[in-house]
Design a protein around this ligand. Structure first.
Ligand SMILES: C[S@@+](CC[C@H](N)C(=O)[O-])C[C@H]1O[C@@H](n2cnc3c(N)ncnc32)[C@H](O)[C@@H]1O
Length: 348
């Protein structure tokens, strides 16, 4: 029997559908406007006292009428609220754009990395037509090769990645018994946020933060010295080899950067390096069938534009494991705000 592809997330009537489409078209402007507001630091300016647009324009050196129209639109999305006297107040959403908060998203929006993303997305039609990576068409190099040659962009990406990963690291550390291991390697561990969450939770664990040399040179994710002394940074190329003789090899948001052939090579490098009964722990989105809204579907398209990677289903992960001489043993979901799962594997 044919299944009904419609679901109750779709508007019933054509007027509702039209409004929904116009909303999607407008989202590009909303996203860009949010980045401008973050860049200007407007959330900090209204922090202590509501401000008129004249005050805000004066403080930021911007054009008052243009700024007003931008803020009026954003306020309709809940970013700032304008009162009857024309003063702009903070809202729960604008608070997240303030600078000095542990959960601030400001840097994620202001970093030069945002411009890289915009230039990449302009080339998305090229990806859809040819299957080739939009980033490569925009920048003439693959994503990680480009970053390696552009230190500012690389630092910006590492910070954005750390900010993006921050809220999910604690959820991942809580979703699996990392305390059973003596030595863990975080393969492509970035600036160390996940390793810090694991080492804080388990005093008996020692970690290796393995990433490209220019990335591990900057272990900003591991600030506490008590944790730092249990974490060894090692720089290298994970397609050549990964540090040997550990009990667990973590790869968070790593396999999703690569096509199947490269992902299998990476798993093989881990298999060669690991202790006999060690675990491989791939931490990635596990794609589900169906039309439900899912942030992992956005990430999948973003990854498609940036790299040769993809988000994968459980069956697809099992196939990669098998090809690399590994066996998938269990999949551990994590709790929101993390949308990732821990896919555990052992030698086959
Ligand atoms: C998407 S980020 C994930 C970082 C971190 N695991 C996280 O979830 O926040 C991918 C990481 O892979 C690293 N990477 C890319 N190519 C690499 C290579 N050939 N060798 C080692 N690390 C590499 C990047 O430097 C980056 O830190």
């Amino acid at each position: 029997m044919a299944t009904d592809a419609r679901d109750d997330t779709q508007p019933e009537d054509s007027a509702g559908s039209k409004a929904a489409i116009l909303q999607i078209i407008g989202n590009v402007l909303v996203a860009r406007s949010l980045a401008i507001v973050a860049e200007l630091g407007l959330a900090d300016l209204v922090q202590t006292e509501p401000q008129s647009v004249t005050q805000l324009a004066h403080a930021t050196g911007t054009h008052a009428d243009s700024l007003y129209r931008l803020l009026r639109m954003l306020a309709s999305y809940g970013v700032f609220a304008e009162d009857d006297g024309g003063l702009f107040h903070p809202t729960p959403m604008s608070l997240l754009l303030e600078t000095d908060r542990p959960d601030s998203l400001r840097d994620l929006l202001t970093l030069g990395w945002q411009d890289i993303a915009w230039d990449t997305y302009r080339q998305l039609p090229h990806t859809i037509r040819t299957g080739e990576t939009a980033f490569d068409a925009a920048f003439g190099a693959t994503f990680f090769d480009y970053l390696a040659g552009h230190p500012e962009a690389n630092a910006s990406f590492d910070s954005a990645m750390a900010l993006f990963s921050g809220p999910e690291n604690g959820m991942i550390a809580a979703a699996y018994d990392f305390g059973q291991f003596a030595r863990i390697v975080d393969v492509g561990g970035g600036t160390g946020g996940l390793m810090a969450a694991i080492l804080s939770a388990h005093q008996g664990v020692r970690g290796v933060l393995f990433d490209q040399p220019q990335v591990v040179a900057n272990m900003t994710g591991i600030e506490a010295s008590a944790i730092r002394e249990r974490c060894e940074p090692i720089g290298g190329d994970f397609f050549e080899s990964v540090p040997a003789a550990a009990d667990a090899y973590i790869m968070k948001r790593i396999l999703h950067d690569w096509d199947d052939e490269a992902a299998i090579r990476l798993l093989l490098r881990c298999r060669e390096a690991m202790n006999t009964d060690a675990r491989v722990l791939v931490i990635d989105a596990v794609m589900q069938a169906g039309n439900a809204p899912d942030p992992n579907k956005f990430m999948d398209v973003s990854i498609m534009a940036l790299t040769r990677g993809r988000e994968r289903s459980e069956t697809e992960f099992q196939r990669l494991f098998t090809e690399a001489g590994l066996r998938c043993t269990e999949v551990f979901p994590t709790e929101l705000p993390s949308t990732l799962s821990i896919i555990e594997g052992v030698r086959a």
